[in-house]
Ligand binder design. Sequence first.
Ligand code: ADP
Ligand code: MG
Length: 565
Amino acid sequence: MKRLRSTLDRIDSKGYGAYKDLSGSHDFGSFTLFVDRVQRDPFAPPSLIRVRTRENAFDRDLFANQVRRVAFEDFLTRSVEREIRRVVRGNRGSGGSGRVEIQRASQVVLPRTSMVVESGYVEARMAVGLPARGRSVDARAARTVLLEELPEVVRKGLVPAPEGSVDAESSRLHVETVEDADHLRGLLPGLDLVAFVADGAVLPRESGASDRLLEEGAVPFQSPQEYRVEVELPNRGVVSGMGVPEGVTLVAGGGFHGKSTLLSALSWGVYDHVPGDGRELVVARGDAVKVRAEDGRSVSGVDISAMIGDLPGGRTTEDFSTPNASGSTSQAANIAEALEVGTSLLLVDEDTSATNFMIRDERMRELVRREPISPFIDLVRPLHRSLGVSTVVVVGGVGDYLDVADRVILLEDYAPSDATARSREVTRRFPPRAALTDRDVRLPQERTIRASSVDLRRGKRQSARGRGLHTIELGRERVDLSYLEQLAEAGQTEAVARVIGEWAATGEVRGVGELVREALASASEKGLDSLGGFRGHPGEMSLPRAQDLAAAINRIRPLRSGPRM
Ligand code: ADP
Ligand code: MG
């Protein structure tokens, strides 16, 4: 601390570059500050620091196994973020002067690089805008940030009460909530379920732009008795809710009655949520994929022949490529790619699907003979029968789906009921007009993709990085991830970018599934820090799912797929 103070005195009012002298470690007594990277000027991305406490005085139960450890690290990241907001004044000069930040966590709990809990210490990775007046060092402001605000953030956000302010009760609640959700997800296959929605869960969100729970006027979830299941969780004990069985489940109901909200909650059920989210005990199979139409996306060598036959000009669809997919071909590619990397549950919302992909009625069958698309309605049963892939499909307008559903859940005023028997009656009175085709479906052939198709050069440098939640920058290319509805936070995007960057640098030809699985296995074995060459502060990353990692790779426009393996 003394060295830090004297260095600051010495470099006061010098050119901003003098901050370089802060690099290295500084002993603060109760913690060590590591200055890993010093920014070049006050307007550049902030400097990267780590603080490591001298000891870890937290209850060992909070990080006794991997699930608990991830949950507790998530808790501490949020705890530090809250204290930064309380303690740090920010804005102490030009550019980002005086700003202190930690990775922003979404509503879901993920392994992140922002926090490390070890038995002997706790380490937070942060960013600091080193203060400047104009472009010269402002040592007085730097002293306030580094010697007053930062130690207070550490004490309040990273040290258990009574010495610090981290509350034992809320730590425990956080860890136990996550452990219960994780356990619940693990129970699903054994119960032949693909998803579970606990009674009392609050599904609607504050707004289309916010993932926080709707506080006012939300109707809590109440399971229909026909689907009520009781499960026993390690912390909460016995919990009841709606079990969604394997097979084909239709969610029907009038407009604005909560169908998409339910489906969206299921799609986020692949992750664990923080206490207070409302969806703590809403879980789905971890490999569930929400698929939608995405016209304009590029597709590289994907086998969509199960859904779409030969195209105009005799183009086959076993090896389908286009820089500009239509609504239906994009949705077919999204499904084929999900099957290629592996999924046991598809979530489809009529709202975001291509009509001609979902259905074709009798008149159109009669009028249009040369239709390459086999609509999804013909595919959902074979998907389950042949491949064991279940579907939950939200339908408001297309009653033909009643013929293929194993069950129908009807939403009225946000309340679900079982409408399976009534739907059978309806189908008797209004029999299907077009015969359903009964066929088999096989998995799409797995592609290999060529690293040489990705050029990381950008001027003199190589770049593979995330830009917010929905964009990856690879050299001069931008990959648009706007339609990956299950990407939760920018840290995942960054991790995805690094995986792609590492692969691109190898020049290898790999199977998509193989590449994705190996990257995630290595991240879980060596830690997320290992992605992209760890030297000190690893940057801000969160663990992505295999499905989303593959989806991002599949959206690289210049991607070329190689011969099949
Ligand atoms: P649908 O897909 O059936 O047209 P949505 O799921 O889009 O309906 O929901 C319509 C509106 O109702 C949204 O604003 C949503 O936030 C709200 N909503 C959904 N479920 C609930 C609920 N359980 N309680 C209160 N509002 C809800
Ligand atoms: Mg809807």
